[in-house]
Design a protein around this ligand. Structure first.
Ligand code: PGA
Length: 250
């Protein structure tokens, strides 16, 4: 694992943008799986700025979604599809024809999950996945529990996850769906390169458990320790509970 700690969240965003820019430069048709939380927003804004300056060309790359709320259609402002439209596809200049979305409004969600795994396979898998981390240790919407699931699947969201996702639903936790679709651990651990970004003190305990703790389904992010090319981007607050020797600038 390569763990990099930065003084500010802006420096984190610039470093994440650098990593994505490098992949797009070396592999213009890369398949990118991009997180749809609050943490990566600054990195997306930085990538959009670089695109406006003519430094970045994402037009050949593909984007695949990581998760989606069940029962929420792509046009709904609370959907992750809407997030990708607003913050990623247009601003960074991805080709809307090269976007694979999980359809939260599909009638048969299990069939939609199976379709999605076939679509990922047909695209040759994921080059780079950018993940946030839930305060409870989830990655994508792979929630902590007795077991984890390899394939794309339907998830029962934890109460804390619904609380953390209330803002696009008008701040009303009761409006946040109880279920979601999420890619599974296979697609995450099968990505050629994994970036995980976390900022702020409220992620510090989870980061410490994910990076230094045992592999456990109680902390899904701990399984990233098994990946060959995982890069962790933290600000000082998120890194504040890591032992010194665990932190090395990369
Ligand atoms: P956040 O979400 O970036 O909004 O904190 C992280 C996650 O739930 O994966």
């Amino acid at each position: 694992m390569q763990v990099q700690v930065f003084r500010t969240s802006d420096e984190v965003a610039a470093a994440v943008a650098d990593a994505i820019e490098q992949v797009l430069a070396s592999t213009p048709a890369a398949v990118l799986a991009l997180a749809t939380g609050r943490t990566p927003l600054a990195a997306y804004a930085e990538l959009a700025r670089r695109r406006r300056e003519g430094r970045l060309d994402a037009s050949q790359a593909a984007i695949v979604g990581i998760d989606e709320f069940a029962g929420v259609p792509a046009g709904d402002p609370g959907s992750f599809a809407a997030y990708l439209e607003q913050h990623v596809i247009g601003p960074i200049g991805f080709d809307p024809r090269r976007v694979e979305r999980l359809d939260g409004a599909a009638r048969n969600l299990d069939a939609e999950c199976a379709r999605y795994d076939r679509a990922l396979e047909a695209r040759g898998g994921v080059h780079l996945i950018l993940l946030g981390i839930g305060a409870n240790g989830h990655i994508g919407f792979n929630e902590p529990g007795e077991s984890l699931v390899a394939a794309t699947h339907v998830v029962e969201l934890h109460a804390s996850t619904r609380q953390d996702n209330a803002s696009p639903f008008g701040g009303d936790v009761n409006a946040v769906p109880t279920r979601a679709l999420s890619i599974g651990m296979q697609a995450i651990l099968g990505a050629r390169c994994v970036l995980l970004v976390a900022t702020g003190a409220d992620k510090a305990a989870t980061i410490e458990r994910a990076l230094n703790g045992p592999l456990t389904t109680r902390v899904p992010a701990s399984w990233l320790q098994t990946h060959r090319d995982v890069r962790i981007y933290l600000d000082r607050e998120a890194a504040s509970l890591l032992r010194g020797e665990a932190v090395r600038a990369g």
